[in-house]
Design a protein around this ligand. Structure first.
Ligand SMILES: NC(=O)c1ccc[n+]([C@@H]2O[C@H](COP(=O)([O-])OP(=O)(O)OC[C@H]3O[C@@H](n4cnc5c(N)ncnc54)[C@H](OP(=O)(O)O)[C@@H]3O)[C@@H](O)[C@H]2O)c1
Length: 354
């Protein structure tokens, strides 16, 4: 099914920023975040979406905590962020904390430590992710894509929820977003809530074509699509539960996607055998910085950040950020979302009560 691969490039393709530098400086796009604490997962390189989202949030005054599985990489990113923000006259507060999304014990240690160190949590960006990798079971017994991209973020959010809720009750404004992907709708993926480890979840006809366009196998992409649809379902169900708890004026749950952004994601996928030419494919997309803007909009736009909202580039693969709609009807299916919530609670071994 897969196509032959060329040697993976060392890093992402360099594409010009069309929107980011101006967009983040316009006060109509990002509200003042002075005093707020923001948590962004998966910020281990200066070429990832998390890097540019953190930079934008810190520029507006947020104290940012970035999570990484390799603290040395995180400290290098922190130094780079500080240097870049200081060029803009901002002295940011950035902290690096360890969290491995392939290990539920690591999520538990991280959340315990976070609660010891911080007395508020205003913004959460669940961004860490992998794409199109072979089936690999973590030590918790879950496939690497569903655990990294969804289950660990579900567990982290559940354990930090009391702090987020207390922050909302005290300051009145907490926002959480899940970084999904166009893969949540393209090709018609589904979520197998009865077996999150299904190596080949069912999908629409177009997903059969993914290997011809991208490389790898249909299974690589069906499992990625599943994990990214899970992100949107989680965001939607969380918003429904926020409303049911009467918290909708103080807390918002959103989801977003970056279009096609030139980051290490495609390079890592190619190295893992899931893609034939990651750097070449990136040339159809946009710069990493531009790709980070829907993520920033989803948590910090002064007027357009709405509970249940979905944000992405205006031309789908690239463009300026807009509020949009996921094209997969399953993304808004309440039964699937509820089943996924219950399957996720079972998988992580903890209830998520609001
Ligand atoms: N770039 C795109 O075109 C695109 C399109 C759609 C969606 N997305 C989504 O955007 C998000 C960010 O990806 P990106 O494009 O910025 O790629 P990236 O630069 O590769 O960033 C992914 C981040 O996730 C981290 N990560 C992976 N596995 C982890 C684990 N087990 N524990 C902790 N951290 C882990 C990586 O850290 P390590 O360095 O330790 O691996 C890295 O910091 C992902 O959720 C991805 O699915 C990206």
């Amino acid at each position: 099914m897969g196509s032959s691969s060329s040697s993976p490039a060392d890093g992402p393709t360099q594409l010009e920023d069309k929107y980011y530098p101006e967009w983040i400086k316009n006060p109509e796009n990002i509200k003042d975040l002075t005093g707020k604490v923001a948590l962004i997962t998966g910020v281990s390189t200066s070429s990832g979406l998390g890097f540019y989202a953190t930079k934008a949030l810190a520029l507006k005054g947020a104290q940012c905590v970035i999570t990484v599985r390799n603290v040395e990489k995180g400290e290098a990113v922190k130094a780079d962020l500080e240097a870049k923000l200081q060029e803009d006259g901002v002295k940011p507060k950035i902290a690096v904390m360890k969290m491995d999304n392939c290990d539920f014990a690591s999520i538990r240690s991280f959340t315990d430590e976070f609660k010891k160190q911080y007395d508020r949590l205003d913004i959460v960006c669940n961004n860490a992710g992998v794409m199109g990798l072979d089936v690999q079971m973590t030590k918790d017994g879950y496939d690497i894509q569903i655990q990294t991209n969804h289950l660990s973020h579900f567990l982290m959010t559940a354990r930090l929820w009391p702090l987020m809720k207390a922050t909302a009750e005290k300051y009145g404004d907490v926002t959480i977003t899940q970084v999904s992907s166009g893969a949540s709708h393209k090709g018609g993926p589904t979520v197998d809530t009865a077996n999150l480890n299904n190596p080949h979840p069912s999908h629409g006809f177009l997903l059969y074509l993914a290997p011809f366009v991208l490389g790898g196998s249909t299974g690589h992409w069906a499992r990625y699509g599943q994990s990214k649809l899970a992100n949107v379902l989680f965001a939607q169900e969380l918003q429904r539960r926020i409303a049911a708890a009467g918290l909708q004026d103080k807390m918002k749950s959103t989801a977003c996607h970056p279009g096609l952004a030139a980051t290490n994601l495609q390079i890592t996928t190619q190295k893992g055998g899931g893609m034939k030419d990651g750097a070449g494919y990136q040339k159809n997309g946009q710069s990493c910085a531009d790709g980070s803007l829907p993520l920033v909009m989803a948590v910090a736009h002064p007027t357009q950040c709405e509970g249940g909202g979905y944000y992405g580039p205006h031309e789908s693969q690239k463009g300026y950020p807009i509020k949009t709609k996921n094209e997969n009807p399953l993304a808004y299916d309440e039964k699937v979302a509820k089943d996924l919530w219950e399957a996720s609670e079972k998988a992580v071994g903890e209830d998520f009560q609001l």
